[in-house]
Design a protein around this ligand. Structure first.
Ligand SMILES: [Zn+2]
Length: 345
């Protein structure tokens, strides 16, 4: 039998949900990427000054500090840090006022706008500043901040953002921990085993060839699914990830070991994982693939913290996730209580 992985035995939709957890998000054009979480990160100066050497060393894919013009030109503290323009930091211009006041082209220092040379090399970039001023009579946009049909190639490399948000970073090992723990939580959804078996029998194309071959070798899908569950459980045990007590404490599981939504604590069902959300009439987006179940970060992702980590993730309702926003689950419950209290008189 071919080697099993955390996504073995799952339908394509579930495999994709797990794969997606390995990538950073889109956002500001300078960060305009969905790179793997181990990639180079861009970090605000205010975050950088708060972190110690040990934490800074964790960003193994490289780190660029993003300075506001004022933080570079009018900051006596800057010399205290190991920051050198074009080597460890760049200046990022996002408004007209700064662009005129601290114009990098006026500095006669030979500064150049930043370009990426290689995504996979920490130092695979060069330049001193980036600019993204769009809502102005004279828009100024660096090539690195362009996207879609405006994308340009410089020095043989497509320019499309410089890195991920620092809070999206996770090491390879932590990404694997997260994927195994999330797979473990999926296998603890009531009736999930039957759901996978029925899907396999009714729509085998939704599974990988390796799943089909493995199930033939093991004498049927039922045996194969059992093997997939055992594999995830064994791997979680080896990595100390199958601690139901902690998973209950973080609200990813109930006391009986069923996977629940971390906010409303309702038990999840298999079909929710594959049902796409109903879109508001008149606001439908073509090709909507958002399902009723979303990934939850129990403590929200915060600059300077490594919150994409095991025992900080769970699965829950898309709607509950929308209510949570960037807050932690604890903060969300406090704010919901306040809303209810204000409405109870
Ligand atoms: Zn919920």
């Amino acid at each position: 039998m071919a080697k099993l992985n955390y996504y073995s035995g799952f339908t394509s939709g579930l495999r994709e949900k797990l794969t997606k957890t390995r990538f950073g998000r889109l956002g500001d054009p300078l960060y305009n990427r969905r790179n793997i979480r181990t990639s180079r990160v861009l970090m605000k100066y205010s975050t950088y000054v708060k972190l110690g050497k040990e934490d800074l060393a964790k960003y193994s894919g490289g780190l660029i500090v993003i300075l506001k013009p004022k933080e570079y030109f009018e900051n006596p503290d800057l010399s205290k840090y190991d920051l050198e323009l074009g080597r460890t930091c760049i200046i990022y211009y996002t408004n007209d006022e700064d662009w005129k006041k601290y114009n990098p082209k006026d500095q006669s220092k030979g500064w150049e706008d930043v370009i990426e040379l290689d995504t996979d090399i920490p130092d695979g970039w060069k330049g001193h500043y980036a600019v993204n001023i769009r809502n102005s009579g004279e828009p100024e946009i660096s090539d690195i901040c362009l996207s879609g049909k405006h994308t340009v190639i410089r020095e043989g490399k497509k320019q499309a953002g410089l890195g991920n948000y620092d809070f999206d970073f996770a090491s390879e090992d932590e990404m694997n921990n997260v994927c195994y723990q999330l797979a473990y939580l999926i296998w603890q959804v009531p009736d999930i085993k039957e759901f996978m078996i029925n899907n396999f029998n009714s729509n085998v194309k939704d599974f990988e060839d390796v799943d089909i071959n493995n199930s033939e070798k093991l004498g049927g899908i039922k045996n194969y699914i059992e093997a997939c569950i055992s594999n995830v459980e064994d791997e979680c045990k080896a990595r100390n990830l199958n601690n139901n007590k902690i998973l209950k404490e973080i609200r990813a599981m109930d006391k009986d070991g069923n996977t629940v939504c971390p906010l409303c604590l309702e038990k999840l069902t298999p079909t929710l994982f594959v049902t796409t959300i109903e879109q508001d009439e008149g606001r439908e987006v073509e090709g909507n693939t958002i399902t009723e179940i979303s990934l939850f970060h129990i403590k929200g992702l915060k600059s300077g913290e490594f919150n994409h980590a095991a025992f900080n993730l769970g699965w829950g309702h898309h709607n509950c996730n929308t209510i949570q926003g960037n807050k932690s689950i604890d903060e969300t419950i406090i704010s919901l209580k306040k809303i209810i209290a204000n409405n109870s008189n």
